[in-house]
Design a protein around this ligand. Sequence first.
Ligand SMILES: *[C@@H]1O[C@H](CO)[C@@H](O)[C@H](O)[C@H]1NC(C)=O
Ligand SMILES: *[C@@H]1O[C@H](CO)[C@@H](O)[C@H](O)[C@H]1NC(C)=O
Length: 122
Amino acid sequence: MARLNISPVMVILLLGSVAVTILPGLAVPAPSPAPAQQHLLECANKLGDCGKQVYFAVFVNGTTVTKDCCTRVLSVGKQCHHDLIVYATQRPTFKGNVSEILDKSEQVWNGCVHSTPASLFH
Ligand SMILES: *[C@@H]1O[C@H](CO)[C@@H](O)[C@H](O)[C@H]1NC(C)=O
Ligand SMILES: *[C@@H]1O[C@H](CO)[C@@H](O)[C@H](O)[C@H]1NC(C)=O
């Protein structure tokens, strides 16, 4: 459970160079991360490669999330999705409009809900 996987963090950092800097402190996991960071890190881990796609869709206009990644983000859960987006908008480097990003985040989530069969929900 505490096992850390580097690649999703790299995905987040890669994304950060595009629009915002997300979770910079997580690049070098502390021996005992704060609970909030641990939660976010687990969320990023669960999203894996789909994290990049989802957060591009939210922060960069015009990109979409594939069905496979919709399935993934839905199974990871809205709380994780929402928390990662909120965290990103709270970074000092974030320059966008928070309410627009939260709207877009909601749209991306709802878009996934509508494009994914209900039987795939956990
Ligand atoms: C997103 O792109 C569309 C089409 O290019 C454009 O009409 C719209 O204004 C853009 N939205 C934002 C928030 O930039
Ligand atoms: C952010 O976007 C919302 C909705 O488009 C708008 O009402 C608000 O004025 C914007 N805020 C800033 C600071 O630009």
